[in-house]
Design a protein around this ligand. Sequence first.
Ligand SMILES: [Zn+2]
Length: 319
Amino acid sequence: MGNGCIEFRQRVSVDGYRWEKIYVPRFARHVLGLFEGGRSPLGDMDSDSPEYWAILDEMWDQADSQAETHREYAPEDVPDLYRAFANTAISQDGVLEFAGRYGLLGVGETIPVEEETNPDGSIWREYGRVEYAHEWKRQILLMRGCVEILDLADDPFRPDAIALSKIFTRRGGRWHVRSAYMPGYRGQGKIEHIDLEIWSDDPHSFASIGHDDVLSVATEFLRIVADRQLSGTTTASVVRDGDSGTLSLVYRPTSLLGAMWLQFAKVMTHTDNTRACLECGRTFEFQRRTRLFCGEACQKKFNRKKIRTSRKSGVISET
Ligand SMILES: [Zn+2]
């Protein structure tokens, strides 16, 4: 177990997930929620039958023992999982597809989804885990925006300051971000540009950045978002290996969302020195940050293509 490794296994319901509209007293309205598992197969049975309750209890016990109701995987082993999440279509089908493959985000709550009176007068409740559609939307948009900014700021060839200046602007002598990059944020009302000095809670973090240094603004924005997303979704432990006695640092995300933001943070801080090859897309480990290809073959292939395109467009003359 190396330092800085991640310990987290995500459970995915083998029955998949389903959307349902539920009444949420907190919102005082019906809200679309994502539930774990298929519908209860006992739903149509006669609730007065004594056998019904016996079968139900048995089923309930089985569910508790996790008998093949879930499969597990390690999100860390899925390269660029945070990008798959960022690219998830914001639709009922898009979310179902992502959740069916990678599981719930861990932003939900457990609520009673069914309630019946037992023959003896006691109340039977079935609980389900629910994650609200609007929360999924907010989380996808936040990750999508941050990935876009990361790619613009951390482009291996050259950061794209012009594109970044369309996202981060100076207004009244202070740095602002377009509100689309802060989905669900209502701290400053319904406005299109959010004052980053107020949002950051730290008067120095943006005020000290020069008026033409949009790259530093973008980096600071990503730092704060990643930091906030990690807090509460990821913990860390120092563990001792039983046999060798060596100590190591282990990150423990408490949810899929935490695991994905940890992956994002590792890429952002270059803790994770793997990258997708610019030519073939295969993930490789690099020693030098400037390395962009998995091997010489891909680099040559990429360069040949580049020369061909520039010849055609006539932009660069051959030397
Ligand atoms: Zn390659």
